[in-house]
Design a binder for this molecule. Sequence first.
Ligand SMILES: [Zn+2]
Length: 431
Amino acid sequence: MSRLLIQADLTWLDGTFSPGVTVAVNVSGRVESVGSAQHSGSGAFRRLEGMALLPGFVNAHSHAFQRGLRGAVERFSREAGTFWSWRDSMYALASSLDRETLGQLCRRSFAEMRAAGITAVGEFHYLHHDGDHDWAFDEVVLEAAAEVGIRLVLLQVCYSTGGIDRLLEPGQRRFDTVDLPSYWRQWDRLSRQLDPRTQSLGVVAHSVRAARLNEIKALHAEAVRRRLPFHIHVEEQRKEIEEAVAAYGRTPMRVLCDELQSAEGITAVHCTHTSPEDMTVFLQGGGRVCVCPLTEANLGDGIPDLSAPHAAGDRLAIGTDANARISAIEEMRWLEYGQRLRAERRGALSDPRGGVAASLLEAATCGGAAALGIGSGRIEPGEWADFVAVKLNAVPLAGEPSEGLLEAITFGGGNEVVAGTFVGGKWRAAD
Ligand SMILES: [Zn+2]
């Protein structure tokens, strides 16, 4: 790739849209400079007429293969569905896939993400094996992401138990990471196969119900030593809390806060039923929370209580999780709407300046990037050139002055406002 100069009508810088900005991208795919209208120096020039440029959305939690359930799990003929009955369908899908069908689902999910303005995805990956402990599916995910050109943080999952102190069930065999030496051998093997321009790895314990406490502690300690992001599902369902209280005398979140050295670098996914007290301890310790509003609605999980101090802006991230619907803008909107419905008030997640849309964008960009340990989320020198271009003449944005544009995108828009995305400076049109 040669040097590239990008100039949109409006560019999101320092919390506002500015006209006449030129963004220079170097040959490595990073922002070199952000300057005035005059474009100088060598390189290709790309004028984005009638468009606004924003940092690309970061999807901090996805299970790409679950897109395969989209049309298959929305009928409830005999009895009402639950998260656990949905999980049976998910296990059936996971058992049915081979390399080709998994690759196809991943490519479709990742392509849909780019069309939704998402430039980076944290793929929380536990579907490891095709045959007997062969780890064949790990590479399938890396290849699919490279083909679509989305930035990928493969959140490599340790999955070892079928519940606290329970052996894996038959439907969980493809997830089995056996033991920590096996986990790290595969982790190190994968680290040598990555494209360093667009791919990296994270460390994950699936949850307190699917990994042993000593494994969670050891994984986290090693993640800290290697300065890697550490993710874990936390308290999506009440049953997980009941089992942890029975086994450990504490909630899963309290177990993590008590047993791990520090919450710094940890992203807790969901926290649907986390108490405000536990949430406060976790956030004050430096933890981050990834909320997946559309999936949590689809699965009937509930709505997290984000009223704790610090629970806003870049301490939050969003994820498309089960990928029944892939839209970063809708996730942002429902992150706020969930809190409005819960608290019966407006402006629940507003920043100190009173901006809600800016706070939601912060979660969907900087918050996600921090959770995944990648240099993106802002349009500034040194960061990856990962951007989303928005069509100013899109129907939901018609007649909106630049002062209200971010609000119009967030509360009135959807994927139809996305013109395309840059990942490491490489353009892909949304359609
Ligand atoms: Zn998940």
